[in-house]
Ligand binder design. Structure first.
Ligand code: FAD
Length: 340
């Protein structure tokens, strides 16, 4: 029987270091623990917050329910052929720990996703991505428990409906499933993705055929450490906003007014704008409002150095959204989820 801890401080369990309490907190180590925790929440009529590393949430206030901390561990090679291995990984494993494990074992495909904070179970929720690779590119399937029925369900790549920082678990099936494991399809022979300009630049001078996955991972780690604040030193959740995707016609109009507009093609009718550039141009980079900051080196990141309450972070976020809308007519959407 897992231990249900009442009136529990969750400040250390969110990377924005927001001070907040949960009515109950439970550490879940197995599927059995998970079922007992769900039963407890139903009996006590408590809302659930499924928590991994807490690196993509903003706590607006205390959480009036049960925080279910996913701590299941385990990585198993479940299948292989000449080209691929299928690695099944428990939801509570640390993401970067998984990346290192795959490199140590000669399984390739995760190197561009090095050093993303958080847990394996949260990775499919927003289809994590970085440096030209997304989770969906290496994903085989996942197992998830239906909270209502108690049935364990397998989701394929297609049924997860992955999109840019998006999946079915943020849309039609929001709050209905708890992911217990993810199976990755990884290569035995590396096939490197060096499309991302910063990554290519970091590898300049090394002939492409000589670059190793370990070097790619090391370069990604170095770039990330130079650009993003370490949440252990300066509390943050990485990108606070998604890069907005707009129709080409709107993009062309904007570009005629702002020729330096930073953008990436999406498809024939849509363009993705760099949210960090929009925020910077709206004058927010480096600003401090009530102790919450827009990061000096990357305007897409809001930091909470004073470990203040979530309402201050959300107030700054609202002001940023309003001024980007006013200047560019583009609506920014927050990336982390707000609780309660
Ligand atoms: C410095 C920094 C850099 C970052 N860089 C990137 C990046 O490059 N790319 C990127 O995509 N993200 C990035 N992020 C965001 C974050 O790391 C990812 O979204 C990560 O996957 C969140 O994992 P977590 O375990 O911390 O999730 P949490 O914050 O604990 O949870 C996030 C959401 O997922 C839900 N959830 C968590 N686990 C489960 C589960 N097992 N089943 C069902 N729901 C679950 C939670 O309920 C919550 O809604 C960054 C964050 C930081 C702090």
């Amino acid at each position: 029987m897992p231990l249900f801890l009442p009136h529990f401080n969750i400040q250390k369990f969110n990377t924005l270091a927001v001070p907040a309490m949960a009515n109950f907190f439970v550490s879940v180590q197995s599927d059995e623990d998970l079922r007992e925790a769900i039963a407890f929440s139903k009996t006590e009529k408590l809302p659930l917050l499924v928590l991994g590393g807490g690196s993509n949430i903003v706590l607006r206030d205390d959480f009036p329910g049960l925080v279910l901390h996913m701590k299941m561990r385990g990585m198993d090679l479940v299948e292989e052929n000449d080209e691929f291995v299928w690695l099944k990984v428990a939801a509570g494993e640390n993401w970067h720990g998984l990346v290192e494990h795959t490199l140590d074992n000669g399984f390739y495909g995760l190197e561009n996703l090095s050093l993303i904070p958080g847990s394996v179970g949260a990775a499919p929720i927003q289809n994590i991505g970085a440096y030209g690779v997304e989770l969906k590119d290496v994903f085989s399937e996942l197992n998830a428990l239906n909270i209502q029925s108690g049935l364990m369900v397998t989701f394929t790549n297609e049924s997860c409906q992955f999109g840019y920082r998006d999946s079915i678990f943020k849309q039609a099936l929001k709050d209905q499933y708890i992911i217990t494991s993810v199976t990755f399809k990884l290569r035995k022979m590396p096939r490197l993705n060096l499309e991302y300009p910063a990554l290519r630049a970091a590898m300049a001078g090394v002939p492409v055929e000589e670059v190793t996955p370990e070097q790619v991972s090391a370069a990604v780690v170095a770039i990330r450490q130079s650009k993003l604040p370490d949440p252990a030193q300066i509390p943050n959740v990485g990108s606070f906003f998604k890069n907005p995707i707009i129709p080409v016609a709107q993009f062309e109009k904007l570009q005629s007014v702002f020729p330096a507009l930073v953008s990436y093609p999406v498809d024939t009718s849509h363009v993705k704008l760099a949210a960090g550039w929009l925020i910077d141009q709206a004058g927010w980079r480096g600003r401090d409002v009530q102790g919450v900051k827009v990061h000096q080196d990357q305007a897409l990141v809001l930091t909470n150095p004073g470990k203040l309450e979530g309402k201050f972070i959300l107030e700054l976020a609202d002001s940023v959204v309003a001024s980007v809308w006013e200047k560019f007519g583009v609506e920014l959407e927050m990336e982390p989820r707000v609780y309660p």
